[in-house]
Each structure stands twice: as structure tokens, then as C-alpha cells.
Design a protein around this ligand. Structure first.
Ligand SMILES: Nc1ncnc2c1ncn2[C@@H]1O[C@H](COP(=O)(O)OP(=O)(O)OP(=O)(O)O)[C@@H](O)[C@H]1O
Ligand SMILES: [Mg+2]
Length: 290
């Protein structure tokens, strides 16, 4: 992948008409193999403590993120604080295992060779490394030689508009908050993951930078060929702007209260934010959260 996402011609892949609304039901030929979910949480239990003091976060909880072939999907999970959203992302990334239950990737258990990158709210770059070497790191861990890793990382830095900052230390204030989140996104995308996890990635940014990062993230997503993004956010408008589907949970124990497909145009811009449907979806999400 080459080019810069801020180029207006970048990242506008032709989307097959059949996939224009990714939340729509996918009609398959009768003889096609059934689609397996990109990721499925099945029969999850998560209990902290014991007896009267036990806190049940999940009880027989299941969640599936369907495969949208050759396109991927942008899914957002919302719900009250403490309901288990970050825990779900930690299960998928492999940072945590549930008390019981299964996490399946295309119907199979985790492949230890494949990492599932996560972008956190806190800036998570290695401050003592340059921007470039933050992005080469996952490639080097995969055994890619240094020179090749630097070339690939530089390409990715161009995509996120940071090539001019490649030699700087990846820390604040050398880089702004938005730039640091771009480093984290570049570090995640450089291994071309099939799933990208994001836990309130723009929560620490000011309103203007946050909007710019939303535009940027949606454009980046559109430019990927087949990537599923699973985002957690507390912002209803952010969820609607970015997503193909918003899943709303309640708490204690968590249950899915709504699964809301968002049928906005695949390529989104400021016009999407003022479309009447946009406010309609925001109201729908807000109602599910209340
Ligand atoms: N190690 C632990 N020991 C006890 N309780 C825990 C532990 N880890 C998580 N929890 C509890 O699990 C619940 C779910 O936590 P989680 O971080 O997933 O919530 P969340 O939905 O991401 O909340 P927020 O929106 O505030 O980030 C919380 O009530 C939390 O206190
Ligand atoms: Mg959380």
C-alpha cells in the first residue's frame, strides 16, 4: 500500500454493490460454504471474587462478528462503564482468558502465530524509540530483516501522514496526542492484521483532533482490503460515524441489548455527519444505551 490518506483519491476502493451495506443480510448461493464468523465469543463466563462478593461480569455471554468477505466490517461496542467492553477486547487480543467459554477465530481457536493488535486510549508507544522504530518493531518480532522492516514501516508512516516525523522520539510533546495515536495505528496496521482492536482510542483528544482522527480512521479502514475493526467508545456520534454496526450492551451481567446496523455511505465525510439519517442513528444508539 502506498500513498497518503489525505490525498482525496486515496482509499476509495470500488465497493461491490452486493457489499454496499455491510449490515445487510448476505445472500449466498445455495451450494456455498457457510460463512464463519471472523470472531466469536461463545458461552463466556467471567466471575471475580467468591460467595456474596462475587461479581459476575459475563454469564453465558455470546457475541459474533460476522465475516463480510473481501471487505471486512467496522463494529463498535458500547455500554455502561464497567459492563465488560475492554474485557471483550482483551479476550480477543489474548491478553486475558475468561473463567469459562471459547473465543474462536473463523471457527477455530487462536493461532498463536497471529497477533491481534490493539490501540489503547493511553498513548502506548515506546518513548525511547523513534517513530520509525516503533513501527518496525512488530515486523522485526515476526523475523522481517531490519532494512525490509524499515521500508515497510516508512510506507505505513506515509499512509498515516507521519513520514516527516519518522526520526523523532515517539513521545509527548515531541508528537501531539493525535500524532501519537497515528503511530499506534501505524504500528498495528503494518502487520496487515485481519482484526484491529481499538479501546477508546480517541478518548484523550480534543474535539477537533478527535473528529480529524475519526475521518482518518474511516478512510484507513476503507483502504484496507479485508479488515475487521472492533472499536469501543463512549461517544454515540463517533460510533455512528465510524461503524457499519453498533452493538450495545448492558451490565451485571452483560447482555446484548441492541445490534444496530448503520446504513450510511461506505465512504464517509462531513456530509455524513449532517445527514438526517445520522441523527436518527445517534438517537437509536442513545435510546439503546439508556
Ligand atoms: N482483575 C480484576 N479484578 C476484579 N474485577 C475486575 C478485574 N478486571 C476487571 N474487573 C471488573 O470487570 C468489569 C468489567 O471491566 P471492563 O474494564 O471490561 O469494563 P468497561 O466496560 O471497559 O468499562 P469502561 O467503560 O469504564 O472502560 C468491571 O466492573 C471491573 O471492575
Ligand atoms: Mg474499558
Amino acid at each position: 500500500m502506498t500513498g497518503n490518506v489525505f490525498d482525496p483519491n486515496y482509499g476509495n476502493p470500488a465497493i461491490p454493490e452486493s457489499a454496499a451495506n455491510p449490515g445487510d443480510e448476505i445472500v449466498q448461493p445455495a451450494n456455498a460454504a457457510p460463512l464463519t464468523d471472523v470472531v466469536e465469543l461463545r458461552g463466556i463466563e467471567q466471575v471475580y471474587g467468591q460467595g456474596d462478593k462475587a461479581q459476575v461480569v459475563f454469564r453465558n455471554f455470546s457475541l459474533s462478528i460476522p465475516d463480510i468477505p473481501d471487505r471486512g466490517q467496522f463494529c463498535t461496542i458500547m455500554g455502561p462503564s464497567g459492563c465488560g467492553k475492554s474485557t471483550i477486547l482483551r479476550y480477543i487480543s489474548g491478553l486475558q482468558n475468561p473463567t469459562a467459554g471459547e473465543i474462536l477465530f473463523k471457527g477455530k481457536p487462536r493461532d498463536p502465530q497471529k497477533s491481534v493488535p490493539m490501540v489503547f486510549q493511553q498513548y502506548s508507544s515506546f518513548e525511547w524509540k523513534s517513530v520509525l522504530h516503533n513501527v518496525t518493531l512488530p515486523l522485526e518480532l515476526q523475523g522481517v530483516g531490519r532494512r525490509e522492516a524499515e521500508d515497510q514501516a516508512m510506507e505505513m508512516l506515509k499512509v498515516v501522514g507521519l513520514e516527516a516525523h519518522a526520526g523523532k522520539f515517539a513521545k509527548y510533546p515531541n508528537l501531539s496526542g493525535g500524532q501519537l495515536q497515528r503511530v499506534a495505528i501505524a504500528r498495528s496496521l503494518v502487520v496487515h492484521p485481519s482484526i484491529l482492536l481499538m479501546d477508546e482510542p480517541f478518548g484523550a483528544l480534543d474535539v477537533k483532533t478527535r473528529r480529524e482522527m475519526q475521518d482518518f480512521l474511516r478512510t484507513i479502514f476503507e483502504a484496507q482490503e479485508d479488515m475487521t475493526v472492533i472499536l469501543v467508545t463512549h461517544s454515540e456520534s463517533e460510533a455512528v460515524f465510524l461503524s457499519d454496526k453498533v452493538t450495545v450492551l448492558n451490565a451485571n451481567p452483560a447482555m446484548i441489548v441492541a445490534d444496530i446496523p448503520i446504513h450510511l455511505p461506505a465512504v464517509r465525510d462531513d456530509a455524513a455527519r449532517i445527514a438526517p439519517e445520522f441523527e436518527h442513528y445517534v438517537a437509536q444508539v442513545r435510546k439503546a444505551l439508556s
